[in-house]
Write a protein of this length. Structure first.
Length: 256
């Protein structure tokens, strides 16, 4: 449902921008010829996971001390499923002109979001009927991002200009528990931990709209983590996951 709302908003915004772009008078005619300029970014993000499950560990029975159960209980794991959630991003835009149609973009950003992993398993007890259980582990993330993108700009049409971009992004997760020792705290014993750093490849597209005093960009971008970021332990919550990668969809506005 969130993706549908974003697509509808994007379609309405582009239609409105196209109507604005058809105005005869061109604004900010010299901006794209400046060697460099700056701005800021406001964005909506949707963080998620790409998961590869270990088939040998599915339908595997885990003891109580591997999933936090009571004495005598065991768990037969059926699946581990990722869920995405929405957040927001703020950043500072740095733009370096390379050529007529190429810019180099550096936009250090701070992104706030949350992702979930849902585990479905059968709780087995010696003297009672087995129950099917669904347990969700929520993972909050505060990402300090350093993306470096090459931007290809199409031909300007009055007050609008389409573009595509691609590049790499180094990310530091300020909320990561990877280096925290939580084994001595029973309530936190089975916290799902993610590595603190990651490297992403990203690809996006958008439109720049030229107003009288500033340029506004509307951009949609996908980022895919290249590293396996799961910190493994002896618990059920990491045993069934062979590889866990991060992915982020971002819709943003830039003002330059």
């Amino acid at each position: 449902m969130n993706r549908i709302k974003v697509i509808v908003f994007l379609a309405i915004f582009i239609n409105a921008g196209t109507a604005f772009a058809q105005r005869g008078l061109q604004n900010l005619q010299e901006l794209d010829y400046e060697p460099y300029h700056f701005g800021f970014l406001l964005g909506y993000n949707q963080m998620g996971f790409s998961i590869r499950q270990d088939k040998d560990s599915l339908n595997h029975t885990y003891s109580a001390n591997q999933f936090g159960g009571q004495k005598g209980q065991t768990a037969l794991l059926k699946s581990a499923e990722p869920n995405s959630a929405t957040g927001f991003t703020i950043g500072i835009v740095g733009n370096l002109r390379l050529a007529e149609h190429f810019d180099l973009r550096f936009i250090p950003s701070l992104s706030f979001g949350e992702r979930d992993l849902t585990y479905n398993y059968i709780l087995q007890e010696p003297s009672t009927k087995n129950d099917t259980v669904s347990l969700t582990k929520s993972i909050k993330s505060t990402l300090l991002e350093f993306p470096l993108d090459l931007k290809y700009k199409g031909k300007r049409i009055n007050n609008a200009r389409p573009y595509i971009l691609g590049g790499i992004k180094y990310v530091l997760d300020l909320s990561s528990d990877a280096k925290k020792n939580t084994s001595s705290q029973p309530d936190d014993q089975f916290t799902v931990k993610l590595r603190q750093t990651d490297l992403y490849g990203e690809l996006g597209a958008g439109f720049d709209f030229y107003f009288e005093w500033f340029k506004m960009g509307l951009e949609a971008k996908m980022s895919y983590g290249l590293r396996d970021i799961l910190v493994r332990d002896n618990s059920m919550f990491t045993g069934a996951i062979n590889r866990l990668n991060s992915k982020i969809f971002q819709l943003s506005l830039t003002f330059e």
